[in-house]
Design a protein around this ligand. Structure first.
Ligand SMILES: Nc1ncnc2c1ncn2[C@@H]1O[C@H](COP(=O)(O)OP(=O)(O)O)[C@@H](O)[C@H]1O
Ligand SMILES: [Mg+2]
Length: 467
């Protein structure tokens, strides 16, 4: 006979019963421990691992019912199958034990063949339950990993997006300090120059122009810029003005050339010009830095807001959601990958109703779908996002111009771990998770329309989840 494996605890106050059961069980190959009362049994159960318990009902002090109820109330013990053995041949107490969570029952005297069969069956069931629990735990972990991996990919892009404006703002403060210093110097010098009213008015006008000009970017290509710099330097050299070289690049950015300087030399004397040019150019520098920094700060705030709305920080799980906002904040997360070669068209219905939904989970769906669309097009192409209302549904479509999904794969792609991507790139969980979120959590639907050059995932969400 092939021996059974498993550690069994026999609880009975009557020694002869314990021994009889132990001999029978050992013969079948089980490891057996014995307890003569309820308290001892509970201590042993907490100290060692058991695969099943054989429990007598009638015992002094703590009876079998109490032991059973304590085992079932204890999270770490409740999964151990308990088979109740009682001399009582009354149905009622057996039924009571089963209702309290006993796995099975046997009546005394115990028939060895019956004990063997029932114990084996209980252990088989326990093994299956253990496997199921292990599987579910593993699956939860994998899903969590997938979410983290997606977030990891997104945050790499975001860090890049945040870095540019943050670095520009930081650089800006340094440059601002020195431009401010130059402006102060120039203003001191000007106050010594005794400018006429006409000259002062002209200086004011030049500065106002510089302020306005700073509000818009004026890109010059490198060649034109270097030509203009040469032109201005020559002009200044010709007049022997050699202390204005610092202002040259800024004057070029301001759109100055020799014509403009000729005009200025009609209004200001050669002694006055360096300070005038320096005050105008540092005014321009200060204004354009402020402009750049305020745009950078705006960009940072925009990204942080999108992040907040993407993850629905500090909010309850079910919300009134505008799916357009969810799509847009998801797009912000993808900005750096999209900028690399994907054009996004947004075709949103204007009067789209809000829906009752789990906001951050829907964003996880949009993330998976957009991620897949970018992957399908190898990072280059077009994505169209559409939203509209259809009766009591809100419809969202995510369409790409990639190679499409062959018909025989269209059902499989929702299976867990199905992926056509190389090892390490795809987990095959994105669509499975999305399907759970849409179909199970939101009672919605997902449909695929796909052909080479056009793949559309259509998602229908009920406007009112409770209905
Ligand atoms: N827009 C799409 N175009 C083409 N194939 C797609 C698209 N979206 C998903 N798929 C296919 O479905 C598979 C499963 O997608 P998914 O569950 O997100 O896992 P993964 O992206 O990790 O492979 C992908 O490997 C791909 O073959
Ligand atoms: Mg995917």
């Amino acid at each position: 006979m092939i021996g059974q494996s498993g550690h069994i605890l026999v609880i009975d106050d009557y020694e002869i019963n314990r021994r009889k059961l132990a001999i029978g069980l050992k013969k079948q190959g089980y490891r057996v421990s014995l307890a003569e009362n309820g308290r001892q049994a509970l201590d042993m159960l907490r100290a060692e691992t058991f695969d099943a318990v054989l429990l007598d009902i009638i015992m002094p002090e703590m009876d079998g019912y109490e032991v059973l109820s304590k085992v079932k109330c204890d999270k770490s013990l409740r999964d151990i199958p308990v088979i109740v053995i009682s001399a009582l041949d009354d149905m009622e107490s057996m039924v009571k034990c089963i209702e309290m969570g006993a796995e099975d029952y046997l009546s005394k005297p115990v028939e060895p063949v019956l004990l063997k069969a029932r114990l084996a069956a209980s252990l088989r069931k326990k093994k299956l339950r253990d496997l199921e629990v292990a599987y579910l735990q593993q699956e939860v972990m994998l899903r969590q990993n997938e979410k983290l991996a997606t977030l990891g990919r997104l945050s790499a892009g975001l860090a890049h997006e945040l870095n540019n404006p943050a670095a520009a703002t930081q650089r800006g403060t340094e440059q601002l300090r020195s431009a401010f210093f130059r402006l102060r110097q120039a203003l001191f010098s000007i106050s010594d120059l005794k400018l006429s009213n006409l000259q002062l008015a002209s200086l004011l006008e030049l500065k106002l122009f510089a302020q306005e000009y700073a509000k818009q970017p004026h890109d010059l290509d490198a060649l034109d810029r270097s030509d203009l710099e040469d032109e201005i330097e020559t002009w200044l050299d010709d007049l022997d003005i050699d202390n204005a070289w610092e202002s040259v690049p800024t004057l070029v950015s301001l759109g100055y050339g020799s014509d403009r300087l000729d005009e200025l030399s009609n209004t200001f004397t050669i002694d006055q010009l360096p300070s005038v040019l320096s005050s105008v150019s540092s005014t321009y520098t200060i204004c354009s830095l402020l402009e750049e920094m305020s745009q950078g700060a705006e960009r940072i705030v925009e990204i942080v807001n999108a992040l907040k709305s993407y993850s629905f920080l500090d909010q309850a799980p079910i919300q009134s959601i505008d799916v357009r906002q969810g799509l847009d904040s998801t797009l912000v997360m993808f900005r750096s990958r999209l900028k690399a070669g994907v054009v996004v068209h947004r075709d949103y219905a204007e009067d789209l109703p809000l829906i009752q939904a789990h906001g951050s989970e829907l964003n996880q769906v949009w993330t998976n779908m957009i991620d897949n669309a970018i992957d399908a097009m190898d990072g280059r192409g077009e994505i169209t996002l559409r939203t509209r209302q259809e009766d009591s549904w809100v419809v969202v479509e995510i369409e790409d111009i990639g190679p499409g999904i062959p018909e025989d794969l269209q059902l499989k792609i929702f299976d867990p771990f199905f992926t056509t991507k190389p090892l390490g790139e795809g987990t095959g969980l994105g669509l499975n998770i999305s399907h759970n979120i849409i179909v199970h959590k939101h009672k919605g639907k997902i449909t695929i329309l796909s052909q080479p050059g056009k793949t559309c995932f259509q998602i229908k969400l009920p406007i009112n989840l409770r209905e």
